[in-house]
Write a protein that binds this ligand. Structure first.
Ligand code: ZN
Length: 253
């Protein structure tokens, strides 16, 4: 068990390996097979001794190869809104649909990932920690607005301060959820419908608060690619690591 305080105080936020504290959420009802890939940094690791950052980084070259692979193999990107619509309507999706997500709003997304996404015409979702926007290593509002206007990138909420929500007082949970949503909506002028849990951490209470705050769904970090409305407040994702070769990457999809 990693020390929670050290995780909360680290900046940029370090991610613990998700601990299987409980059984995966129960999947019932209509399902669709849609891998939601999870990235953090797209950059060359500036400090190899920084193991947390290394684990969360994919180099721009490797990311470019992965995007080339999905393009050449006939995959298409969709948004979380589209997935939600198909699940609600119980409509089938063509095979080879994929969702690309990026957590934390690091500035390297603008310089390293966005040009590659534009090159292939791929859409993606970036989860923004609203209190960190404009800080060193994080995107600025100008960069976020510029990418938003491309209509390729959806910006969704990742709280204000990246706290571990399950142990936060109820009033703080409410504030973290509502204010991050409102800030993004005010800055971008578009609805913000989805949330990513910091550290993938949630529980029944937090999920109820996410619903109350007006979110349509939320993503976690537990592994899986089966999506359903029964798990819309804790959708599974597939973590992409820099250590994956192309064969491993292809096997995830
Ligand atoms: Zn995060």
């Amino acid at each position: 068990m990693q020390n929670l305080q050290s995780l909360l105080q680290s900046h940029p936020p370090a991610k613990p390996t998700p601990q299987p504290t409980s059984a995966p959420p129960l999947i019932t009802g209509y399902t669709l097979q849609v891998p939601i890939l999870m990235y953090h940094y797209i950059g060359n690791n500036p400090n190899p001794a920084d193991k947390a950052r290394y684990a969360l980084s994919v180099t721009p070259d490797k990311f470019g190869e992965q995007m080339k692979y999905i393009k050449e193999n006939g995959y298409q990107t969709i948004s979380l809104d589209t997935l939600y619509s198909y699940l609600s309507l119980k409509k089938p999706l063509p095979s080879k649909m994929i969702i690309l997500t990026f957590d934390d709003g690091y500035i390297d997304f603008y310089y390293n990932a966005f040009p590659i996404l534009q090159q292939y015409g791929f859409s993606a979702t970036e989860f923004i920690i609203t209190g960190f926007v404009g800080k060193s290593a994080y995107l600025t509002w100008d960069q976020i607005r510029k990418m938003e206007s491309s209509h390729l990138i959806d910006f969704e909420a990742h709280t204000i301060d990246h706290p571990f929500l399950p142990t936060l007082p109820a009033a703080s949970v409410e504030k973290e959820l509502k204010e991050s949503k409102q800030t993004l909506e005010k800055e971008l002028g578009v609805p913000v419908n989805f949330l990513a849990y910091p550290y993938g951490a949630t529980n029944h209470f937090v999920e109820q608060e996410v619903h109350q705050a007006g979110f349509m769904g939320a993503v976690g970090t537990w592994y899986g690619k089966t999506q359903a409305l029964s798990i819309i407040y804790d959708m599974p994702r597939i973590r992409v690591s820099n250590s994956f070769d192309m064969q491993t990457f292809a096997g995830l999809l």
